[in-house]
Design a protein around this ligand. Structure first.
Ligand code: PLP
Length: 280
């Protein structure tokens, strides 16, 4: 496993990040996860474009050019000697004494990365989604390292025996905790539009291109929860998730659409109370 921090290769547990670091203290940073297949970064240009969009959205000055960033990715892959890996790349606003205001004068952004070996499952056992409210902020399109609602959603899904969350916002099923959500109906694909409420996944874009090549219609629209029973199939997509088929969607009576119990001190959710809302 390769680690990297501001120009140096380090071990991932080296403890090199300063205490007064804005990613560490505020979650003031952005990231990308890039999949490496056969020693090559997959869809790297799209990842770099999205990284730059995220940086710009948070007014973080990129500490490198896109070309320099691409060279860094190549160096990380070479250093890891792994043909199949996940590259985690993080850029934060930098190190400065803790203060909500941006550091003045501007400090250099911190860049960290890890490379870990991963393998794809060639045949994926279909999974389960747990439906719950999307409690994220209204800028989910920015790939920030602030992932608390995503973590809680995914953990709740896991606790209930599901693989991922199915997040509902304004009555529509728009995304999962760390993947994009797709429905199949009448031989068409339906996925939420890439507005401010979802992350515009690189894999989502790639699947759209594949569908286009295959002459499959993709509709970008928000599917209301009431339409769930009318869908023929469901899958989720993501850089490491790839294309993952879904067998069923479950709901929980104590979790109408909320990942956190609303009442303080309430009992932990009982997994055996989950009810099937849709099955392939
Ligand atoms: N949606 C969320 C919330 C994510 O965190 C991710 C990836 O981690 C995705 C969707 C899928 O995006 P991508 O295909 O770029 O990995």
């Amino acid at each position: 496993i390769v680690g990297y921090y501001n120009g140096e290769f380090v071990t991932p547990d080296s403890g090199i990040v300063p205490l007064d670091e804005r990613g560490h203290q505020f979650g003031d940073g952005v990231y990308e996860v890039i999949r490496c297949y056969n020693g090559r970064p997959f869809l790297l240009d799209w990842h770099l474009d999205r990284l730059w969009m995220s940086l710009q959205a948070l007014r973080i000055v990129p500490p490198f050019t896109k070309d320099e960033c691409a060279s860094l990715i190549e160096r990380l892959i070479a250093e890891s000697r792994e043909p199949e890996s996940a590259i985690y790349l993080q850029v934060t606003r930098g190190s400065a004494v803790r203060n909500h205001l941006f550091p003045e004068p501007t400090v250099k952004a911190n860049v960290s990365a890890t490379v870990r070996p991963v393998t794809s499952q060639t045949s994926k056992a279909p999974g389960t989604l747990l439906m719950m409210a999307d409690e994220r902020w209204a800028n989910a399109w920015i790939k920030t390292i602030n992932l608390l609602p995503n973590i809680l959603a995914k953990q709740t899904a896991h606790d209930m025996g599901a693989d991922e969350a199915l997040l509902v916002r304004d009555g529509a099923m728009i995304e999962s905790a760390s993947s994009n959500l797709w429905f199949v109906r009448d031989n068409q694909l339906i996925t939420a539009p890439a507005d401010r409420y979802i992350l515009n996944g690189i894999t989502r874009r790639f699947v759209m291109e594949l569908a286009n090549q295959l002459g499959i219609v993709v509709r970008e629209s928000k599917l209301p929860v009431e339409e769930l029973t009318k869908v023929d199939g469901i899958f989720i997509t993501g850089t490491l998730t790839e294309v993952f088929p879904i067998q069923r969607v479950v709901t929980h009576p104590d979790l109408p659409y909320a990942s956190l119990p609303a009442v303080k001190g309430s009992e932990p959710l009982a997994a055996d109370k989950c009810q099937v809302a849709w099955e392939a």
